[in-house]
Design a protein around this ligand. Structure first.
Ligand code: ATP
Ligand code: TZP
Ligand code: MG
Ligand code: MG
Length: 265
């Protein structure tokens, strides 16, 4: 499947994405998934988190607002997703900012087989054992080298996506940069968190995980570029961005003419 067909596949199959995510972005994530053509469900009670996975095509684990109960649910759901063979996307929000976050991220990586890790460049650097400049849940805006992302993907045995002005993704062998996007995404909360959910939707319907990730990242960045054309402040940008997730991409040429995908390592 071509990466430009990935969005059509999402819209045709309307995958259910189980999101155990933070309480800042729950509503934005649900609306973003619906706009895209997927279906969200948020079920974070440990009593039902694993059972809900049985209905889903992908699982998102996001540690943005951690509690002990959430961590238990994340691990139970993650193990069930592994048993069923559905993709698990992990967003290590704020890893490195506190010991609890770092220990929890390591525990999840040890206990759950993660398909794709999506973090800002600083979070990915921390997971790779490098120190990074973390301010709360925000990265410093500094980039990360493609070869380091490739090395981290090998070490963690997952596809790794490090986002920022330029996104880098690697499965440990093939490494790409994607330069689509708009800096307005840094002026709204949850743009990284929603991207993790969008990656989950694309991987949930795909045969090839890397191709699904390339499709998700380029689609998301191009949607942001289109939204920024019509708006000049964060409130209206957020609404326009949801609209573009809904409107963009039924024609492959919408994306092919403007994508900025390169092989880098
Ligand atoms: P942070 O907490 O540092 O804001 P995040 O988890 O929100 O990080 P980002 O790295 O901001 O994640 O990535 C979210 C989306 O915003 C990605 O699609 C990324 O490509 C895009 N993005 C981030 N910074 C820029 C930028 N300066 N220019 C264009 N797009 C950007
Ligand atoms: N605090 C804890 S989680 C969160 C905040 C502000 C949302 C972070 O969203 P993103 O997508 O990483 O900007
Ligand atoms: Mg952000
Ligand atoms: Mg984030």
């Amino acid at each position: 499947m071509k990466y430009t067909d990935a969005i059509k596949e999402v819209r045709a199959k309307n995958p259910l994405i189980h999101c155990i995510t933070n309480n800042v972005v729950i509503n934005f994530t649900a609306n973003g998934l619906i706009a895209l053509g997927a279906s969200p469900v948020m079920a974070s009670a440990k009593e039902e988190a694993a059972q809900m996975v049985q209905h889903a095509q992908a699982l998102l684990i996001n540690i943005g607002t951690l509690s002990i109960a959430d961590v238990e649910a994340m691990i139970l759901a993650g193990k069930e997703a592994n048993r069923l063979g559905i993709p698990v996307i992990f967003d290590p929000v704020g890893v490195g900012a506190t010991t609890y976050r770092t220990e929890t991220a390591r525990r999840i990586l040890a206990e759950v087989d993660i398909t794709v890790i999506r973090g800002n460049a600083g979070e990915i650097a921390v997971l790779g054992g490098t120190s990074a400049n973390i301010k709360g849940v925000d990265g410093s805006g500094e980039g990360i080298s493609p070869s380091l992302v490739q090395q981290i993907a090998r070490e963690l045995d997952s596809v790794v996506i490090a986002t920022g002005k330029i996104d880098i993704l690697s499965d440990g062998n093939n490494t790409y940069s994607i330069a689509n996007g708009h800096e307005m995404l840094t002026n709204i909360t949850g743009s990284g968190c929603l991207l993790g959910a969008v990656v989950a939707a694309f991987t949930g319907v795909a045969d090839d995980i890397m191709e699904a990730c390339i499709g998700a990242l380029s689609f998301y960045g191009i949607a942001a570029e289109a939204a920024a054309e019509h708006t000049e402040a964060p409130g209206s940008f957020q609404v326009a961005f949801l609209d573009q997730l809904y409107l963009l991409g039924d024609s492959a040429s919408d994306m092919e003419q403007v994508d900025k995908i390169e092989v880098v390592v």
